[in-house]
Design a protein around this ligand. Structure first.
Ligand SMILES: [Zn+2]
Length: 289
């Protein structure tokens, strides 16, 4: 993997880094930093070729280098992951070789680069794997690591707090209780167009509850906790670039929001709920204990 980057944004799939941290990417590029987006799981989707083109186009638009690790995504590795109960389930020992493979690949990137990695909000298996690989690098003190809130999952407000709890992070955000969280997550799924692709109309409420339950039943992780501090980056001037780059993922954003305006409004509502009057992205930086 080529060296000399100042910032590396690790994306479990094409689209995650841009949807979650596209404003920060744009600001880093404007500041003259050498930025790369590393996409980890990019093979096996029926739209694979189109999705790779979308990812390349978004990287070009934002002015970053694009690095494709080319690993198969969860449903391509294991057909059981076509069901939400498996796709959002906790990792097991069987996943460790893949975590190690991703860790090794990322360890080869510029050692002094800041690594922006998924927090794993929403609990998608591939996001958990990339998070675990980057958490290992953070614990080795191999480089500075900042975890981003995974969008669109994090736009359901209860989820970031529950994810921090699940990974045993030192930082705790207020949680409303498991039942309220599950209801909020089920309602969020119910409003996502992607659910209607997966389930017949009459089954939608049940499918939403299943997805919420799969995520809700995750036990708290064992092992060393991460020492995190919250950081916010205001991105109003980078918002047009971020939205244009999100628009490049034409196979993906409509699965979550019917229009880009609704996507933009959901991002704004999230920032507003966190007390920010302007567009903002939230990160959790790993610090010395
Ligand atoms: Zn993803």
């Amino acid at each position: 993997m080529s060296a000399g980057h100042d910032a590396i944004y690790v994306s479990p799939h094409p689209d995650d880094a841009v949807m979650s941290a596209g404003g920060s990417i744009a600001l880093d590029v404007r500041a003259g930093l050498r930025v790369a987006v590393v996409t980890v799981f990019s093979r096996g989707d029926p739209d694979e070729r189109t999705r790779l083109d979308e990812d390349r186009a978004a990287a070009r638009r934002l002015g970053t280098e694009w690095i494709d690790l080319g690993l198969p995504e969860a449903p391509a590795r294991d057909p059981r992951c076509r069901r939400p109960t498996a796709l959002f389930a906790p990792l097991s020992e069987d996943d460790q070789p893949l975590v190690e493979r991703v860790r090794t690949a990322l360890a080869d990137t510029s050692v002094n680069a800041r690594l922006f990695a998924p927090l794993g909000v929403g609990h998608h298996r591939d996001h958990q794997i990339v998070h675990a690989a980057c958490a290992a690098l953070a614990k080795e003190r191999a480089r500075p690591v900042l975890f981003y809130e995974d969008v669109p999952y994090a736009l359901c407000a209860v989820r970031t707090a529950r994810r921090l709890d699940q990974i045993g992070a030192s930082i705790a955000l207020p949680r409303p209780g498991l039942l309220k969280e599950r209801i909020a997550i089920a309602r969020w799924w119910l409003e996502r167009p992607v659910l209607a692709e997966e389930a017949p109309a009459l089954m939608l409420p049940i499918a939403a509850l299943w997805a919420a339950r799969a995520e809700g039943d995750c036990p708290r992780a064992h092992g060393d906790s991460l020492n995190l501090t919250e950081e916010r980056r205001e991105i109003p001037e980078a918002m047009p670039d971020k939205l244009s780059a999100i628009a490049d993922y034409a196979t993906q954003w409509p699965r979550f929001y019917p229009t880009l305006d609704e996507f933009r409004a959901a991002l704004a509502a999230h920032a507003h709920a966190l007390g920010s009057p302007v567009a903002m992205e939230r990160f959790f930086r790993c610090v010395e204990p």
